[in-house]
Design a protein around this ligand. Structure first.
Ligand SMILES: *[C@@H]1O[C@H](CO)[C@@H](O)[C@H](O)[C@H]1NC(C)=O
Ligand SMILES: *[C@@H]1O[C@H](CO)[C@@H](O)[C@H](O)[C@H]1NC(C)=O
Ligand SMILES: [Ca+2]
Ligand SMILES: [Ca+2]
Length: 181
């Protein structure tokens, strides 16, 4: 990121030196449709970009590192809408697996938060009776189909060394451009 900004600043600087141009930088949310920019292997679901690992199963830490290698983080459900949209996507694509989320109580035992953001898990999207810290050994939160009324996937705490598929989430893109006039 820093390098990209430096390059842009250098270009803007050179153009400014020419003197004849007025340079107006703009930063917009999202990626313009006409830019022909592919975000694969991340898919756009709602306003977010996600990578759903469909084959490899990894322990929670390994899954988190796999996301980091893709400049992403394990998924965090900040809103009910996000949880709805992910569930609808999984249902529509006939994907029925169990996935690691970034949810964990590794930082403060008994307080589950989204490790990727540091925010507490405020949505009540737990399977009834969870998180239960079974055998005093469950600190990482999986998203799985537990056949609730809507067939949605809900959260359950599990031992972090269990191997699961995982969902990574990428920060929302912005488009930086500048007008040279
Ligand atoms: C977008 O990029 C792809 C691959 O580079 C290319 O095949 C396609 O023709 C491009 N589409 C447009 C509208 O430029
Ligand atoms: C996870 O860790 C526990 C306790 O250290 C161990 O007993 C168990 O065999 C491990 N499970 C896996 C799947 O590695
Ligand atoms: Ca999110
Ligand atoms: Ca549990």
């Amino acid at each position: 990121m820093v390098i990209k900004y430096t390059v842009i600043s250098a270009v803007v600087g050179v153009l400014s030196l020419v003197g004849a141009y007025q340079v107006v930088p703009t930063i917009e949310d999202g990626i313009p449709d006409d830019l022909n920019f592919t975000t694969g292997p991340f898919v756009k679901i709602g306003h977010g970009y996600y990578y759903i690992e469909t084959k490899a199963e990894k322990n929670w830490f390994d899954a988190a590192e796999s996301c980091h290698r893709m400049d992403a983080k394990l998924i965090a459900f900040e809103t009910k809408e996000e949880w709805d949209l992910i569930n609808q996507y999984l249902l529509n694509n006939n994907i029925y697996e169990i996935y690691w989320t970034s949810g964990a109580d590794l930082a403060n035992q008994g307080k589950h938060d989204w490790f990727s953001t540091g925010d507490p898990i405020t949505l009540d999207i737990w399977y009834p009776g969870e998180p239960n810290n079974q055998y005093d050994n469950e600190h990482c939160d999986e998203l799985g189909d537990r056949g609730d009324a809507s067939n949605y996937n809900v959260l359950n705490d599990r031992p972090c060394n269990y191997t699961r598929r995982y969902i990574c989430e990428r920060s929302y893109p912005k488009t930086a451009s500048f007008i040279i006039w």
